[in-house]
Design a protein. Structure first.
Length: 680
């Protein structure tokens, strides 16, 4: 629409030019200019709305962010508030993008002040402390912005304290040498040249050449003082015997600058040369060992594009080598260097944390985990699971529980895994009630959020916790049977074919007579479960699945296909299983509640019979109080069970079986009513 308006106005301008209508020409240009700025304003509002949406959603779409930054700089070039908003938001998600830090500083310098630019640089080096390029940008900025050279020197030294052992830190050394040469500060240059030889860099050999040239100039000055060169050389110690500390180097440089003691100056110069030679030879030996690592690790900067597998393998090999050298400071710096291009790979963060913990650097480990879980791998489930385990290891149970609540809450796989891991942790800590509560809340959430395909897995693992609680309880076989039956019924209802392999393994392990599970179900229970599984396979499986299940069923229970008189008086557990099959046919399943808290009601259909206290006492393991509330106006009667035991489903199963057994034994008529089970 706006393009058509502009074209029409341009046609009007051309018409007026041909007719020499001055007033109309001016009017046409006003319309064109107004249309242009109106369209620009509309586009700017769209970009701002998009920016707000991305901030609210916590978007991690790198390309979308860079596109928004480009448009903001186009439409809001002089609006420092909008520019700050987009850069602060982007760099909080991607703090290792040093190019965007530099662009942000340029905007602050142009629209604000030097102090604001310095504040931004400080934010940058706090977020990307071991980024060489960022320190080069900061020091270059300081040369132009600071008046006091000592402030600039302090910044160079600060940067080199972090990245001075990086193989690619030569760019910072070059800038430092260039600055000192411009200041004619030869004493500072003497120190810089020998320090540049202490660790291998890409320009190590160039620095050594400069070191020798500078030393030769100093030697010529000494010779001009008529000091014998031969006399001095006799004082030189073998290179291998020199092991200079920083204080020793300071003393040497101090003596070199003492004009009152010519002999001492000459000896200091020769010691300076010998020390430089030693540093250089050691650095050369180390460079030979690490050069192939540096050449094979790929890009040194951060980018969202994945690294090649070869590059990742090279990083692991590099870290293996460095760890064996025994230099903790160097190892830390190589890890930090690695975590710039590999920031999106949990394996390196986990390795870093484990190494620091093994060396006693617990605070460093915790700081690394904070960066990984809160910034770089915020949506990665594996790092949050690792964080929880680490917190449990160091005794921070509250931190471990909080870690399980982080991560991508929309991920079904992480939802299940975090529930299982959290419950297992509570079990290790001896909190079996808390472990059961975790599963109960998870099942409630799964129903509320329509994560129905996660329910079978949750039930399976929940049964493991219940078995620990009730291993010596006679109700365990009832509960286990209920769980198995409910699993099969749920799968029949909700596309159970996806889990055919998993369920087949569970059923096979359950109905097969093995020492570790022989006490779980009786033979009759296993028969009924196998029959129901045949129904499930016939409904959801393939012909091969049906044949496999039938073959196993025939092998384990051959008597079921023989012509025999059925048992007219099955045991109570057997009747429970018959009841479960009938319930499935009647579609009367467990109904998860729709309340918003853990204290919810679980309703299951049972017969309308009042339970007296003596009758309830007959149920093994039952410790709950039961009260029956009945009204003539209502077609159902609500029986409220307030569970006091940790294994709440055992109470449900007990009352469920008790009612069923009573109905079958007394022959009383049955109407549907509900047991309301209050969890605490």
């Amino acid at each position: 629409m706006y393009l058509n308006l502009v074209v029409a106005c341009l046609n009007l301008v051309w018409f007026c030019k041909m007719g020499n209508y001055g007033m109309w020409k001016r009017l046409a240009w006003v319309i064109v200019w107004t249309s242009f700025w109106y369209a620009r304003s509309v586009n700017g509002k769209i970009i701002r709305r998009q920016l707000r949406e991305m901030i609210c959603k916590g978007s991690l779409d790198f390309d979308a962010w860079t596109a928004v930054i480009t448009h903001i700089e186009k439409y809001y070039l002089d609006d420092i508030d909008t520019i700050s908003l987009v850069y602060d938001s982007f760099l909080s998600k991607f703090p290792l993008c040093h190019v965007y830090w530099k662009k942000y500083v340029d905007h602050k310098t142009r629209l604000c002040s030097v102090d604001k630019a310095v504040e931004t640089f400080e934010q940058a080096v706090q977020s990307a402390t071991y980024c060489v390029s960022l320190w080069v940008d900061y020091c270059t900025f300081s040369i132009a912005a600071y008046e006091d050279p000592s402030d600039i020197r302090r910044l160079f030294k600060r940067g080199l304290s972090f990245v001075g052992k990086d193989y690619l830190c030569h760019t910072l050394w070059d800038k430092y040498i260039e600055f000192e040469c411009s200041q004619n500060q030869w004493s500072s240059l003497i120190r810089i040249l020998i320090q540049s030889l202490r660790f291998p860099t890409k320009k190590l050999h160039n620095y050594y050449d400069n070191f020798k040239k500078f030393a030769a100039i100093l030697d010529e000055e000494r010779e001009s003082m008529n000091i014998s060169s031969m006399e001095v050389k006799a004082e030189i110690l073998p290179c291998g015997t020199i092991d200079m500390s920083e204080s020793d180097i300071d003393n040497i440089i101090k003596n070199m600058q003492d004009p009152s003691n010519n002999s001492g100056c000459t000896k200091a110069l020769q010691n300076y040369l010998a020390t430089g030679e030693q540093f250089y030879h050691k650095a050369c030996q180390l460079e030979k060992k690490i050069h192939h690592f540096e050449a094979s690790i790929g890009r040194p900067f951060f980018h969202m594009k994945p690294l090649d597998d070869n590059h990742l393998a090279s990083w692991h090999s590099y870290l293996d080598f460095v760890e064996k050298q025994g230099d903790f400071d160097w190892t830390l710096k190589i890890y930090e260097k690695c975590l710039i291009p590999c920031a999106n790979y949990p394996e390196f963060w986990m390795r870093y944390v484990e190494f620091m913990e093994s060396k006693g650097g617990r605070e460093l480990s915790k700081f690394a985990l904070e960066r990984a879980t809160q910034v770089f791998l915020e949506k990665a489930p594996v790092i949050h699971i690792f964080n929880a385990r680490f917190r449990e290891h160091i005794g921070d149970v509250h931190g471990a529980r909080a870690a399980f609540l982080q991560g991508d809450k929309d991920s079904n796989s992480y939802f299940v895994e975090s529930v299982i891991k959290a419950a297992n942790m509570e079990k290790r800590l001896g909190n079996l009630a808390a472990a059961s509560s975790i599963y109960e809340n998870a099942l409630y959430m799964a129903a509320e959020r329509q994560k129905l395909h996660t329910v079978p897995l949750l039930y399976i693992h929940y049964s493991h916790i219940l078995k620990v609680n009730l291993d010596s309880n006679p109700l365990w076989n009832i509960i286990y049977a209920c769980l198995c039956f409910e699993l099969l019924k749920l799968l029949m209802m909700h596309e159970g074919s996806k889990y055919m392999t998993v369920v087949d393994s569970i059923i096979a392990n359950t109905i097969t007579s093995r020492p570790d599970i022989s006490q779980s179900l009786s033979t009759k229970d296993k028969e009924e479960l196998s029959c129901l599984y045949l129904e499930y396979v016939d409904l959801c499986g393939t012909n091969d699945d049906v044949r496999k299940a039938s073959k196993r069923h025939l092998k384990l229970f051959p008597h079921l296909i023989r012509t025999t008189t059925s048992n007219n008086n099955p045991n109570a557990t057997h009747q429970l299983l018959h009841m479960a099959i009938e319930a499935r046919k009647m579609k009367t399943f467990y109904q998860l509640p729709k309340s918003n808290g853990p204290g919810h009601l679980i309703q299951i259909p049972v017969e309308e019979q009042e339970l007296s206290t003596p009758e309830m006492a007959a149920v093994p393991g039952a410790t709950t109080s039961i009260s029956t509330i009945s009204t003539a106006a209502e077609p159902t009667t609500a029986t409220s069970i307030s569970a006091t035991s940790a294994a709440k489903p055992s109470t449900v199963a007990a009352v469920y079986c008790f009612n069923r057994h009573r109905q079958l034994s007394t022959g009383t008529s049955m109407k549907p009513y509900y047991i309301k089970f209050m969890t605490h």
